[in-house]
Design a protein around this ligand. Structure first.
Ligand code: ADP
Ligand code: LRH
Length: 469
């Protein structure tokens, strides 16, 4: 009988439940459920609807049952940095406020003033982004101290969803590193930073590693679904799972392409040198204590917002096609300008930027899309130059993974602007990485090396080389 593992992968734009099974060194995927995810406005904040997300997870599990699929294990990954706080009765104390909420405006500067950038970077290895958990918690301490006083438990979003499944509270390591509160060398909560900020150390949970078995389903869920499963921790930070599924990492730069573009390399130790700090690269913790040395680029969030501003009149594929038809437009924006993090209207923000920088203003949907894709490629090129500067070597290839690797135009642009060979795929890298952690834990796959060779045999990658300057 086939043995299935179930990955729940929820990105900022969509979530999916995918079952995987291994047969003769081939990993087969079967998507059982997909749903939209987006930021909602609640109590004057941008939030995530975690209740709705858990409902969708349950729907997906029920669909497995209807399809006659009984996974032996399940693991959840989501985007990083966001969290919930629970009171002494394990009830939510606040909404799950989203990282694009302006509550952290100006907060990073205050925290940096307390520690100095160098110290925070040397201890955590994490890049400076205004929405890191450390700044969200400090914002809460200043703006709503009573909530923080009542908090008994700090859980990141996947930790909370795992808690709803099992009743067990723990902080998974890869996602915990995105808080900027984990010491990059001890790999534990950095008590020094936590005390200095006046946060309560007791609310942070035991750190558990990917591949650890968390527990099994709560009794009431077993009754509801009609079966039980092991809950096995994947790299619960989606980017951590995605990078596990890059088929070949030797001499390769990856771009995990979704709502964000995460561009970097895998490393055996954190790099906290001054150049890395100046370029604002991060060292996120990975499975088996590997480090993802990468930087965040604003990513396809920009085209998601553009699409939303056009009232979803065009699909992503149509926006790509429309931009292909535009031949005489060349304006570029700095995608990493913070004005694009959560503008009221992305189209207008792009137009304003072009006007302010004396460039041709895009008007037609194809022009807007072309501007986004070319600007992203331009930012990738700069980040690659920074990586090559830090490593003092040239990387030969780029592997684009995630939903964004379906954008053939962007893949070609990356090959054209960098001159490197670009491999695109797998699309569902994050779910694959999630399943891989479960399969290793279950003893179905020996280790990540064997997993990568299975991934190479199981999924198609498409190659792109430079065709124009
Ligand atoms: P996340 O997990 O961060 O929410 P995904 O990895 O699901 O993101 O990637 C979503 C992105 O993939 C979309 O924003 C879109 O730009 C891109 N995408 C999805 N389907 C297509 C397609 N058919 N053609 C081009 N781009 C696509
Ligand atoms: C990508 C991602 C990224 C984080 C951001 C908050 O989904 O997890 O790695 O920086 O969301």
């Amino acid at each position: 009988m086939k043995k299935y593992s179930l990955a729940v992968d929820i990105g900022a734009s969509s979530g999916r439940l995918i079952v995987g099974d291994l047969e003769k060194n081939q990993l087969h995927l079967n998507e059982v459920h997909r749903f939209e995810n987006s930021i909602i406005e609640k109590n004057n904040h941008f939030c995530w609807d975690v209740g709705a997300l858990f409902f969708e997870i349950k729907q997906g599990i029920k669909k497995c049952h209807e399809l006659g699929i009984r996974p032996v294990s399940i693991g959840i990954d989501t985007w990083a940095v966001d969290f919930v706080l629970l009171d002494e009765n394990d009830q939510l104390l606040t909404d799950a406020i989203a990282y694009r909420d302006p509550r952290t405006d100006g907060i990073m500067e205050e925290v940096v003033e307390i520690f100095k950038k160098e110290r925070l970077y040397l201890e955590t290895g994490i890049q400076f982004q205004k929405f890191n958990t450390i700044y969200q918690l400090y914002a809460l301490k200043k703006q709503n101290p009573d909530v923080l006083k009542k908090a008994k438990t700090f859980l990141m979003i996947p930790d909370y969803l795992h808690f709803l499944l099992t009743g067990i509270k723990a902080n998974e390591y890869t996602n915990a590193t995105s808080t900027q509160l984990i010491n990059a060398f001890t790999k534990k909560w950095d008590k020094d930073i936590i005390h200095t900020l006046g946060l309560n150390l007791d609310m942070f949970q035991e750190i558990k590693m990917p591949k650890e078995m968390l527990g099994s389903l709560r009794n009431e869920l077993v009754e509801e679904f009609g079966f039980n499963m092991d809950v096995i921790l994947p790299a619960t930070h989606d980017t951590g799972s995605a990078v596990l599924a890059v088929p070949e990492l030797e001499e390769t730069i990856y771009i995990s392409s979704g709502t964000w573009s995460l561009i970097g390399v895998e490393n055996h130790f954190p790099i906290c040198v001054t150049k890395a700090l100046d370029y604002n690269f991060t060292n996120e913790g990975g499975m088996d204590y590997q480090y993802r040395f990468l930087k965040n680029i604003m990513g396809l969030w920009m085209i998601q917002e553009v699409r939303r501003n056009y009232n979803n009149r065009y699909s992503f594929a149509e926006l790509v096609d429309l931009s292909r038809e535009v031949t005489t437009f060349a304006s570029i924006v700095d995608v990493d300008d913070q004005r694009f993090l959560k503008p009221e209207n992305m189209i207008e923000e792009i137009q304003k930027y072009c006007l302010e920088t004396n460039q041709q203003v895009p008007n037609k949907p194809g022009e807007i899309a072309k501007c986004v894709f070319e600007s992203l490629a331009d930012s990738y090129k700069k980040a690659i130059a920074e990586i090559e500067d830090i490593f003092e070597k040239e990387f030969k290839t780029i592997n684009v993974i995630g939903g964004g690797c379906q954008n053939q135009l962007l893949n070609q642009l990356i090959a054209d602007v960098t001159g490197k060979e670009v491999f695109a795929g797998p699309i569902e890298a994050t779910a694959i990485g999630n399943i891989i952690a479960q399969l290793i834990s279950l003893g179905e796959i020996k280790d990540i090396h064997e997993a990568r060779s299975i991934i190479k045999q199981s999924f198609n990658v498409v190659s792109y080389t430079k065709i124009k300057n």
